[in-house]
Write a protein that binds this ligand. Structure first.
Ligand code: DHB
Length: 313
């Protein structure tokens, strides 16, 4: 049987498989990260870190149902030093993406400068789209002038491959504006999309919301957000410079979902809610399903169909 090649490049970063975890899911502790390193995933993304460890919001702060998940974690993480020290000790061939989510511009500069000194970090995923902070009223990723200023400062000193985790945008013009900004900087990739902010899930039995923080409002993930992920990927694929890769994220639970993300223009994909539901075994299952799907379609590599979505016919 013809071998299916699932390897890809995110700009110059080579991945043996195009499937990796989404930041935030099972990637916070020593044990979780060790499990990811030992799994079938093509790369490991760490939980978004801050300068100091954080406990995050009160529990319950995560809930899932058949179509998706809602979370308001509040950035619980062990602090950047933990992640840098952990990775420094590990021997691995997998690319490591350190996710960074400083609570201010200055904190982001500090975190990026620090990570620049560590050779085990393959790339940085700058998270500009955490929707769950009690401290922050507005999302920086919806504020184009703030993003532009932030990136200008970051690229005065940053030497590491760097990508940006974006929220979903709901207007074509927002994506055009964002792409225009991103195209001015030596960015390696964008990750589309983070959870849909400001969702709510109601339990009719208790007549209450299902998570405690922020009166029940939280970020929505899982299969219900796939159409928004696909649309954002497609639009960014058309507006971004061709050397900026897209990592698709949002609503992947089958091999067919991966095909859809890549057909829209993603070079690789991340798994969030489904990883939470299934654990690290999800990667091997998805690789099998995706390979099977490609074999049926007679494709033997990612590049043979990436971005080739057709108009209605
Ligand atoms: C959290 C949620 C996010 O969607 C994100 O991008 C970063 C952090 C959180 O609540 O911990």
């Amino acid at each position: 049987m013809k071998q299916i090649d699932l390897s890809v490049s995110i700009n110059k970063i080579k991945l043996s498989s195009c499937i990796m975890n989404a930041s935030g899911v099972l990637c916070s502790t020593d044990k979780e990260l060790s499990n990811l390193l030992d799994s079938f995933s093509g790369a490991v993304v760490t939980k978004s870190c801050t300068r100091k460890p954080r406990k995050g919001n009160f529990e319950p702060r995560y809930f899932e149902w058949n179509m998706g998940s809602i979370n308001s974690m509040g950035l619980p993480n062990l602090g950047i030093d933990f992640y840098l020290n952990f990775l420094e000790k590990k021997e691995t061939k997998k690319p490591i993406f350190l996710s960074i989510s400083g609570l201010s511009a200055e904190e982001n500069y500090f975190l990026i400068k620090k990570a620049n000194h560590y050779s085990k970090i393959t790339a940085l995923e700058l998270n500009l789209s955490c929707p769950n902070l009690i401290e922050e009223e507005d999302l920086i990723s919806y504020n184009f002038s703030r993003i532009s200023y932030l990136l200008e400062n970051i690229f005065k000193f940053n030497k590491k491959p760097l990508g940006i985790k974006l929220p979903p945008y709901f207007e074509d013009l927002s994506i055009q504006k964002m792409a225009l900004i991103l195209n001015q900087f030596p960015i390696d990739f964008v990750t589309c999309i983070n959870s849909l902010p400001n969702g709510m899930v109601v339990d009719t039995k208790t007549e209450s919301v299902v998570i405690q923080p922020k009166k029940g409002f939280g970020g929505i993930g899982g299969s219900i957000i796939k159409p928004f992920a696909l649309a954002n990927i497609r639009k960014f694929y058309t507006y971004l410079r061709k050397d900026i890769s897209i990592i698709g994220c949002g609503g992947i639970s089958t091999g067919k979902d991966i095909f859809e993300h890549i057909l829209c223009g993603a070079s690789a994909v991340q798994i969030g809610t489904q990883l939470m539901k299934e654990g690290v075994f999800v990667f091997e299952r998805l690789e099998k399903e995706f390979s099977f799907f490609l074999r049926k379609k007679n494709y033997s590599s990612i590049d043979s169909f990436k971005g080739n979505l057709k108009n209605f016919q």
